[in-house]
Design a protein around this ligand. Structure first.
Ligand code: F6P
Length: 327
């Protein structure tokens, strides 16, 4: 039953794609249908809203997508939507389709857009956090993070085989921009000697001392996992520094890059996406507007968009200590 004033919703994906976005789209659309709403897909995020690239989902529109990576709605980062003129065009296009609420699946940049839009126009927006970076407050995890970590772990395990065979030191760079969650989780899971993240200043002298001591004991196999946004310039910067300070060592580097964004979502991400998609529609129908859907300690939580875009999730001190202790 739908007693609210909402009868047509639009859904879009925005910013970097993340595995599980399709599962979220599916849950949003199927939940909307179950309450008698019409669901519209907006292609290429906010750019599609500005270009009127909007169409109604037909009955097969979200079939066979729960397992697919990427996003069937495509994604983009729109500069025009950052301007009031761009947002006005987008609003007028939504009105042409009589869309009265919007579900935005994306990261903090996408939510900043949703917040500006909902401040200016009477179209409620609900945010679903979809980013591999997990750099958002108001939720324990974001859609895509678990899959990205598993992809990084699988790749690093393979690198370890050649690292062991050749007795090499490997510096592996993972994504996350200026957030170290993928590095911490993949680094601990693969037994890295050292994990370098932007949130914590790295002690490179200590790192080199540790590595020298290990070299002296003939332990040539060492794995360092570094976040791309690390202050020393990611894997390239660390490799160059180590080459200078450990001239005898056989050092290789590998940048994992966009493989971390692709692939079939893990069950954890499919479940998270489905749960969030369902609650995005439920909360709209209950009149909770302009919030981000999160899950904290296995409970669904709603954070106002303006708070969600201000705060970043902090790196857990406990995991940092564990990482240091077991490396
Ligand atoms: O935000 C997700 C993310 O994959 C970051 O980890 C990375 O820094 C960035 O997007 C890369 O963006 P692009 O695909 O536009 O190069």
């Amino acid at each position: 039953m739908n007693d609210s004033k909402i009868s047509r919703i639009g859904v879009l994906t925005s910013g970097g794609d993340a595995p599980g976005m399709n599962a979220a789209i599916r849950a949003v659309v199927k939940t909307a249908w179950s309450f008698g709403l019409d669901a519209y897909g907006i292609t290429r995020g906010y750019s599609g809203m500005i270009d009127n690239d909007i169409s109604k989902f037909d009955k097969r529109g979200v079939s066979n997508i729960i397992q697919r990576g990427g996003t069937i709605l495509k994604t983009a980062r729109s500069k025009e939507f950052q301007t009031p003129e761009g947002r006005k065009k987008a609003h007028d296009n939504l009105k042409k389709h009589n869309i009265d609420a919007l579900v935005v699946i994306g990261g903090d940049g996408s939510f900043r857009g949703a917040q500006a839009f909902s401040n200016e126009f009477d179209i409620p927006c609900i945010g679903i956090p979809g980013t591999i970076d997990k750099d958002m407050a108001g939720t324990d995890s974001t859609i895509g993070f678990d899959t990205a970590v598993n992809t990084a772990v699988g790749a690093i395990d393979k690198i370890r085989d050649t690292m062991e065979a050749h007795e090499r030191l490997f510096v592996v760079e993972v994504m996350g921009r200026d957030a170290g969650y993928i590095a911490i989780n993949s680094g601990i899971s693969t037994g890295a000697e050292s994990i370098l993240i932007p949130e914590k200043k790295a002690d490179l002298i200590k790192l080199v001392n540790n590595l020298s001591q290990k070299e002296a004991k003939q332990k040539h196999v060492n794995l360092i996992v570094v976040t791309e946004g690390d202050e020393y310039g990611g894997a390239e910067g660390i490799k160059n520094y180590l080459k200078l300070t450990l001239p005898g060592a056989d050092i290789k580097m590998c940048i994992l890059g966009h493989i971390q964004r692709g692939g079939s979502p893990s069950a954890v991400d499919r479940l998270l996406a489905t749960r969030m998609g369902y609650h995005a529609i439920k909360c709209l129908l209950e009149g909770k507007y302009n919030v981000m859907v999160g899950v904290i300690n296995d409970k669904v939580k709603f954070t106002p968009l303006n708070e969600a875009v201000k705060a970043k999730q902090t790196i857990s001190e406990e995991w940092l200590t564990i990482a240091e202790t077991v490396s």
